[in-house]
Write a protein that binds this ligand. Structure first.
Ligand code: XMP
Length: 554
């Protein structure tokens, strides 16, 4: 007989029959044997991360991918019809900002349990499991934030294989479990959490701490244990597999059609173009627009890489004059961004029109952009800057989009680039914004200022590379401010520009820390810039993190 069991506990789905919970509860109490999971038959194994709104959700997905297992981060209420084709092998429930006992708190849908696939709930995800399966969660008397020692009480648990019996973990929670659901037991504890890790014999686990953050020692091992030992994944998400799958897909999709791709000089558009070229050869045309806002030697470098190394024909457009004409007299940052973005589209449209009939437009969109644009539909986000991506041309252009990197993180794009034999200097190039040097010149952009900034930026970059720090930094660059100050050189008075050095470390540009560059390196950059670049007589170092500052100055 089916009846509703605690259906109020299933968010936004009052009418869902939760008879499964009854079945599952019997299994958990040992009243009937544990059902076999319904394993998918497809080739690509996937771990599904359900997003309950944690700031670390994307990090969980990255950690899984680092284990060479494909993973998708989806909203917590994604229906089973969308999940099933992905061939899930297990679920991870993320943390989240609310409490499970708050009214309207988001909760997993029944298929999480119905599928009998392994589940690992992290922080809020753990509370959701306890709440739904018959345990009890209350507001904690003591909140736990930061480092704490975890002590393993069940050393035979596969989740802990290869781990020491005590390890530092990162906690961040205010709620606490006072009663476990039937069939669950404690697997590890901490000073303030008697239920720091719990588990059932049907492969459902809950972790009070965050294994995804770097502060949790052995966090990667916990993911590996869950993914390989508990979910039984093989780890076949490799660059080589990705490349062959993508090439097949692109061939099928494009058929006899033609594709156009805008190159920026960065790794994303380069990898996207190379993959497509491998699939369809000369049916791909790449366009490289020189806006006049690029760094020193950048246009030649991009052309050489594509023409010589990859034997790809590239349409080169020098649009410097057009861009600089548009930027005359403009100093407001958003206005600069808007003008450059629009001009870029105009030039691209004109060039594409000369190529005859083209059906597809290739873009180097990455997974974080996809996730962000999905969540932007539901979250009211305040616009900080209007980003212009060289590949990010508007959909209204009447092309069908091809986005071969849309499910990859930046580090995965680099791995794919290496497997495609792209030159290392292109793969490890630091990100460079679409609007280029225009947003690193404060105030009006002129040819003279561009030359000054290029010369200074070249010195900065050479010194950073010489010091062996280029790859460790997310970005390092020079900014030409519109501040002028007085200096003395020899016996002369100077009145020159103030240049700022910006160098940051970051994982994804959402947050960034200013890099602690060695003082002698800063001194060398400063000495060289003031001596070798006319018009700059003072150098400062930007020691602000993001937030509150942003990485670029405009
Ligand atoms: P902010 O300055 O917002 O930058 O902290 C975050 C990251 O994005 C890059 N950036 C851009 N990239 N088009 C791009 O393709 C843009 O309009 C743009 N604006 C900023 C920036 O260099 C940093 O990596």
């Amino acid at each position: 007989m089916k009846r509703k069991l605690d259906s109020h506990r299933v968010a936004a789905s009052d009418d869902i029959e939760v008879s499964t919970y009854l079945e599952l509860a019997k299994e958990l109490r040992g009243e009937q044997p544990v059902a076999e999971p319904k394993l998918p038959s497809g080739e690509r194994e996937t771990i599904i991360v359900l997003d309950f709104g944690s700031q670390y959700s994307m990090l969980i997905a990255r950690r899984v991918r680092e284990c060479q297992v494909y993973c998708e981060l989806v909203p917590y209420d994604t229906p089973w019809e969308k999940i099933a084709p992905l061939n899930p092998r297990g679920f991870i429930l993320s943390g989240g900002p609310v409490s499970v006992y708050d009214s309207g708190a988001p909760l997993p849908l029944p298929y999480i349990y119905e599928s009998r696939l392994p589940v690992m709930g992290i922080c809020y995800g753990m509370m959701a499991i306890v709440h739904q399966l018959g345990g009890q969660v209350v507001r904690g008397v003591k909140h736990e934030y930061g480092h704490t020692m975890l002590h393993i009480s069940d050393e035979g648990c596969p989740l802990f294989a290869g781990l020491p019996s005590s390890l530092p973990v990162w906690m961040s929670h205010g709620d606490q479990i006072v009663e476990l659901p039937p069939g669950f037991k404690t697997l590890a504890y901490s000073e303030n959490s008697p239920f720091a890790v719990i588990g059932s014999n049907s492969g459902i686990y809950g972790l009070q701490f965050h294994p995804e953050v770097v502060h949790t020692a052995h966090g990667k091992m916990i993911f590996q244990n869950f993914i390989f030992r508990i979910c039984g994944c093989q780890g076949n998400w490799t660059p080589a597999n990705f490349i062959s799958e993508s090439i097949d897909k692109i061939k099928k999709r494009v058929g006899e059609g033609r594709v156009v791709c805008a190159l920026s000089g960065g790794v994303d558009s380069a990898v996207a173009a190379t993959l497509i070229y491998r699939a369809i050869g000369n049916k791909l045309t790449c366009i490289f627009i020189n806006s006049g806002l690029l760094r020193r030697h950048e246009p030649e470098r991009v052309l050489n890489t594509f023409k010589r190394n990859l034997k790809m024909d590239v349409v080169y457009v020098d649009a410097t004059d057009r861009f600089l004409e548009r930027l005359k007299g403009v100093s407001e940052p958003e206005e600069k961004r808007r003008l450059i973005g629009n001009e870029f589209i105009r030039v691209f449209e004109e060039e594409a029109a000369t190529l005859g009939k083209i059906e597809f437009l290739a873009q180097g969109t990455l997974y974080p952009d996809v996730i962000e644009s999905t969540s932007a539909e539901t979250k009211a986000a305040v616009k900080i800057k209007s980003h212009h991506n060289v590949g990010g041309l508007p959909a209204k252009m009447n092309f069908t989009l091809i986005e071969p990197l849309r499910y990859l993180f930046k580090d995965e794009v680099r791995q794919v680039g290496l497997a495609l034999n792209l030159p290392e200097e292109m793969i490890w190039r630091q990100p460079f914004p679409g609007p280029g040097l225009a947003i690193r010149i404060i105030g009006e952009v002129t040819r003279e200022k561009l030359e000054i900034l290029r010369a200074a930026d070249w010195i900065l970059m050479s010194e950073i590379k010489k010091a062996g720090l280029y790859r460790q930094l997310w970005q390092s660059f020079a900014i030409l401010t519109d501040v002028r100050s007085v200096g003395v050189m020899g016996d002369y008075r100077t009145y020159g520009y103030l240049m700022a050095i910006r160098a940051v470390t970051s994982e994804d540009a959402m947050t960034a820390d200013w890099a602690r560059l060695p003082h002698d390196l800063l001194a060398r950059i400063s000495d060289r810039v003031v001596n070798e670049v006319p018009n700059i007589n003072r150098v400062v170092y930007d020691i602000t993190s993001k937030p509150p500052a942003t990485i670029e100055w405009e």
